[in-house]
Design a protein around this ligand. Sequence first.
Ligand SMILES: *Cc1c(COP(=O)(O)O)cnc(C)c1O
Length: 463
Amino acid sequence: MQYQSTRGGAPLLGFRDVTLAGLASDGGLYVPTSWPRFSREDIEALKGLSYVETAVRVMAPFTAGDLSEDELRALCEQAYGRFSQAAVTPLVQLDHRHFLLELFHGPTLAFKDVALQLLGLLFEKFLTGSSEPLTIVGATSGDTGSAAIDAVAGRHGVDIFMLHPKGRVSDVQRRQMTTVLAPNVHNIAIEGSFDDAQAMVKALFNDRDFTGRFRLSAVNSINWARLMAQVVYYFYAAVRLGAPAQKVAFAVPTGNFGDVFAGYVAARMGLPVERLIVATNVNDILHRALSSGDYSAGTVTPTAAPSMDIQVSSNFERLLSDLAGGSVAEQMAGFESSKAMRLTNAQQEGAAKLFSSDRITPEEMNETMRWAHAEAAQVIDPHSAIGLAAARRAELPADVPVVTLATAHPAKFADAVERATGVRPSLPARVGDLFDRQERYDVLPGTLDAVRDYIAERAKPRT
Ligand SMILES: *Cc1c(COP(=O)(O)O)cnc(C)c1O
């Protein structure tokens, strides 16, 4: 499989190089040059398969050329063996038409583990035999950081520098990052928002001098391998609900547009998806973009669903490029200079075929947590509640089951859950004595220079 940049100015790469590179050298994001297609029979053949076998079938076309099917299977067995449920991503029925797809049974309690446990192993596999150290630089609104750190802590040949917005992640999220004391883990709290942190990471990747000195890689959802791993659970869930004969809709609590873009990929591959419901909180750039074509970044409002407190959704570029049928270099350059752009008519109409969107207020989020608890005996986290609120309000044919992606374990956001429902979810035993462990992190001002200097002093240069 070959991959091309959404901005058309970077070399075509295979899966291994795309995984190690993260961002394309022209500032764009890598996407496959064409989508693999699954026939009805191919989807039919997924019935009854385990999560790992489904993962191998769905991902094999994307990794072809760089991993054999047996190698891919071995990596999936190792990655998903660390999940606490045999189903990896179990489906829970809420009422006659609504389901939750629980994606939080990995080591750090959010859906990011599904992709990052695999990505950590892919890095290790692809770096074997290479003497060039890898420097992972990432920005996190909370969950990517903990999942990525868990996936690479102590691994040979890799250093990870993770930026989080100071004071804007939950205590559990922060501690899951800062209590990992492996010497290759470097946590940085920056004064600013997630968008500020993400912009700094992008700037470092575009800094020729810096990338000449250090071999950078990304664990954010700009890394194609992450999205690839997330395509799997759309197939897994839909097949369990009767695909390919039955169409299924998905509601996705969205921030960086990674998770829901994976659903779009599943649809492009042939999965019968009735609709993808993009659910945002009050940080609603995606809702505005999809409902009126206005993609303009406002300021970030901190909420009880911090992993969605994002105004610039990196992966939206992948959709815009797919809908435009090629490079969006000009459109993105316009956005980067003015922080605003309009979708073209073709992009708006193309998106409307599959996507709808909704903006959920804090009151609606809390009300939905209460509904799930009272009516379906499920304690759900604020992010999942935003997805479910949008799912329950969506207008869809009556015979279509609606799957809400439950993206975090409620205990990760215990205060917000308790405020809404009166129930305080407890941390599962597998996270252990998180609150008794020592923390280690540095606080930096929100300037690119400070972050660049910090990393340059600590990272291992190219050989
Ligand atoms: C990251 C995250 C999201 C948003 O996912 P995107 O892929 O960025 O759209 C939603 N909920 C939780 C709990 C998350 O960690």
